[in-house]
Write a protein that binds this ligand. Sequence first.
Ligand code: ADP
Length: 291
Amino acid sequence: MALIEVVDVAKSFPSRHGTIAIMDDISFEVADNDFLAIVGPSGCGKSTLLRLLQGLDHPSAGEIRFRGKRVTEVSHQMAMVFQNFALYPWLSVNENVAFGLTSRGWSKEKIDAQVERYVSVTGLVGFEEAYPRELSGGMRQRVGLARALAVEPAVLLMDEPFSALDPLTAESLREEVLQLWRDPGLPPEAVVLVTHNIEEALLMADRVIVMSRRPGRVLAGVIVNLPRPRDRKSAAFYQLTDYVYSLITEGSTGSHSATLKESKPSAAVSGGTPLASSAASAAGAESKPLR
Ligand code: ADP
């Protein structure tokens, strides 16, 4: 059974001009050990979709299941990392990381040990007593990551986690997140990364869900079979980036499904479920499990 099932989900919000459809007909699955990225233009509903996955908001139609059970309330099996870090400015690094643990009824010793572990794995040793305002963006995002990992979630949800960082910091943090992900001794079991950055999605994920402009629909599921560490200068990487880019731009014309099926027959698109990537296999990439 898939860890998460998204089945025919639609979401709309009321507005002054009537109801606005944000996304429609969204279906995909997240399996154990999946590193899934969701890409699409700004405003296509990616962040909203993450909120729906965690149960912070509810679909207008369709349903989301976690381990076979419909998500009807906030899931504590999932933790979110935010673009703007969302730290509590009045709390120290240690206190921010401990925040999600305080409601668990754990002893102080157990919380302290957990905080120490995740402060350490995210490279924050020496900064335990610092406040967010004293930290660089990269360090703040480490705190966001430590706080999310400390609850040992089954699914880590990441909402544009590198977008607010300078390019070099973003690059090194991406690599560190992948290293943490590769460590079988650490949570989570799956990652869902939302990004508008196609390169970032293809550098990090095993599968990429490509969404259209609003109302967001699944244009394709792309399996990224490129070997790791991924070389963004390789022909195969370039080809795949170009392919995803063209999916989004073609999709925005409103003729995506016909175009897709005609022009990329082996990039299988079936009911929104990711199947295969023609571009990766055409480029001679091999399948390589991440963990
Ligand atoms: P993305 O992450 O792809 O940029 P979002 O999920 O943030 O897109 O937003 C999609 C659209 O939904 C935006 O136009 C946004 O203004 C709208 N939206 C998001 N949340 C709400 C809400 N609670 N009420 C009304 N509109 C919303």
